[in-house]
Design a protein around this ligand. Structure first.
Ligand SMILES: [Zn+2]
Length: 175
């Protein structure tokens, strides 16, 4: 019997993202200076942002997309990562707990970044939620995209629950 042709189909290699744990393409590529994402995940985030700009004309949910992605990829302690995680967690608090409109939240976060620099590192919880950018990408329209981002954001915000009290306290310090 002739041997079956077992030429391998080259399947793309996957690896868990160092931040969110999503199975993403293992590849070389650019990453962010202090947002702790693997290249494959960082690329997906770039595509998601491009979709928000190009297809959805920079929708209000963009605020939530950025805040959620940033705190699901906290990176390692540094001056910039400490500030970033703190600011984006305050962003989730403003949007999800206090129902701030995106433009208002952005304004407050600008003040938070400028006027207060005494943030400290918040040890990320062991799990940063069961949903990742993989659950958000591929939405068929803006409504579906917005719904998916909201669900993702809620799970990530919930994962940071051990630090909610600190985040609320920081929010109160913003003037
Ligand atoms: Zn990731």
């Amino acid at each position: 019997m002739p041997r079956k042709n077992n030429r391998k189909i080259t399947e793309p290699k996957l690896e868990p993202c160092v931040g969110c744990g999503a199975q993403v393409l293992k590849k070389q590529g650019p990453t962010h200076e202090f947002i702790g994402a693997s290249p494959g995940c960082w690329e997906l985030f770039g595509q998601l942002l491009a979709k928000e700009y190009e297809e959805y004309n920079y929708p209000p949910v963009h605020r939530l997309t950025v805040d959620t992605y940033a705190v699901q990829h906290p990176g390692s302690p540094s001056k910039k990562s400490i500030q970033s995680v703190a600011i984006h967690l305050i962003g989730l608090h403003l949007t999800l707990d206090l129902n701030y409109e995106a433009h208002h939240a952005t304004q407050i976060l600008g003040q938070a970044a400028e006027t207060f620099t005494e943030y400290h590192w918040l040890e990320p919880p062991p799990s940063l939620g069961s949903l990742t950018i993989l659950d958000v990408q591929g939405a068929a329209n803006i409504k579906e995209h917005t719904d998916r981002v909201h669900i993702w954001a809620h799970t990530v915000w919930q994962a940071w629950q051990p630090h909610h009290e600190q985040i609320r306290a920081w929010k109160e310090l913003v003037r």
